[in-house]
Design a protein around this ligand. Structure first.
Ligand SMILES: *[C@@H]1O[C@H](CO)[C@@H](O)[C@H](O)[C@H]1NC(C)=O
Length: 196
């Protein structure tokens, strides 16, 4: 009971620490902030992934691999709207990481840290986006925003289906983690396109 309470408390403190940082940030430091936080999350993800891809997962991998061309195409289409794209990518990664994680070798604290960094960035981006009135869905800009979000959602729908079809197995998580790693690397490129 006590250890559970301590853990919960630790998570809460972590989340509060991260959120309290957000409130003191402004949109002028968005690019630097995203870049740093995303790199930290990328390092965390890499440290949790197996160094050697499990051989028994190769066949699952080939089922999923056709993705690369599609991925490149989606990436090109997202470059025009980097802030919205990153905002949606992070929301989708959190959704993915809220699924059945039994077979994924993450400890709870690392997972909490990874997610709270994503939340922090979503909040920071959200503040800057609402200042730009992205919700005006009838304007041309608003329509591009909707389209960007839709593209990201479709891409993650594929990951979602893959996990579900394979009962969130060890192999599917290995492959999905590689995919998420590619996403974070792509976010790093997108971040460089943000104008402060
Ligand atoms: C989560 O996934 C594992 C591995 O596929 C499975 O054994 C377990 O029953 C699943 N748990 C839930 C709650 O679906």
């Amino acid at each position: 009971m006590n250890t559970i309470l301590t853990k919960e408390w630790l998570h809460l403190c972590l989340v509060m620490l991260v959120f309290s940082k957000v409130s003191s940030q402004s949109c002028t430091s968005l690019r630097e902030q995203l870049s740093t936080t995303n790199k930290n999350n990328l390092e965390l993800l890499k440290s949790k992934m197996r160094t050697n891809f499990p051989l028994q997962c190769l066949s699952d991998m080939s089922d999923f691999m056709t993705n690369q061309e599609i991925l490149k195409e989606i990436q090109r289409s997202l470059e025009e709207n980097p802030k919205v794209a990153i905002h949606e990518i992070f929301q989708q990664i959190i959704r993915t990481f809220n699924q059945n994680l039994t077979e994924m070798a993450w400890d709870e604290n690392s997972l909490a840290m990874f997610k709270s960094r994503l939340h922090q960035q979503i909040q920071h981006l959200g503040t800057c986006l609402s200042a730009e009135m992205e919700n005006d869905i009838l304007s041309p800009r608003g329509q591009i925003t909707q389209l960007t979000r839709l593209r990201v959602k479709r891409y993650f729908q594929r990951i979602d289906n893959f996990l579900k079809e394979n009962q969130h197995s060890l192999c599917t998580w290995e492959i999905v983690q590689m995919e998420v790693k590619q996403c974070l690397l792509f976010v790093d490129q997108l971040t460089n396109r943000i104008q402060n």
